[in-house]
Ligand binder design. Sequence first.
Ligand SMILES: Nc1ncnc2c1ncn2[C@@H]1O[C@H](COP(=O)(O)OP(=O)(O)OP(=O)(O)O)[C@@H](O)[C@H]1O
Length: 209
Amino acid sequence: MRVLLAQQVACEKSDRQLFSDINIELHSGQLLYVTGENGAGKTSLLRILVGLSQPAAGYVEINGHDCQKMVHGASERLLYFGHKQGISQLLTATENLRFWCQQHAIDTNDTAIHATLAELGLTGLEDIAVKNLSAGQQRRVALAKLWLKTDANVWVLDEPFTALDVHLIAELESKMAVFLNAGGAIVMTSHQALNIDYPMSNLHLEYSW
Ligand SMILES: Nc1ncnc2c1ncn2[C@@H]1O[C@H](COP(=O)(O)OP(=O)(O)OP(=O)(O)O)[C@@H](O)[C@H]1O
């Protein structure tokens, strides 16, 4: 099943063309790894793919929905994990995830949220304002979304390993492998090599000025 289609996508920022004629067709169980040096346009591309930015040209759909017409860039079965974590600094981990689950119509409760936070090594930190957690711990709170949204069929992950320790990187890699083997599709970018035993395709963006 095709989950993502991008046709002749172009992006411009401040009169600079970052990329053009990007074509992607991603099916269930496929992994696309987007690479490129700083400023090449990886985040810009991912934001276009999930409908958070408009392309200068081209067309994108996820699960058959035109991404430019999706409310707040969200398709029901899409999970976007961006650079900015979408986590309020003032709320606790539990409050953040409770609110996020409500927004995404995820049927859960604090017990399940606490269990997920425990899986992510955050036992005892559930009810502390996120601003008082370390950078890696804050990242873990945001990553809990991947654990909680079990009905997603496509993950778009922008540098998911940033600030994570080696233990959690390995855990996330194995979570990704399980997701792919179950038919999920992933588009991701990272500056570090991905250590999973799974076939992937690569889209390399060249930095151009
Ligand atoms: N809103 C914006 N207005 C103007 N320029 C922007 C905007 N967003 C991004 N850019 C520029 O677009 C270019 C690509 O940025 P982008 O964040 O997509 O790169 P990236 O490949 O993800 O980089 P990195 O590896 O550093 O995360 C950069 O030169 C950046 O300055």
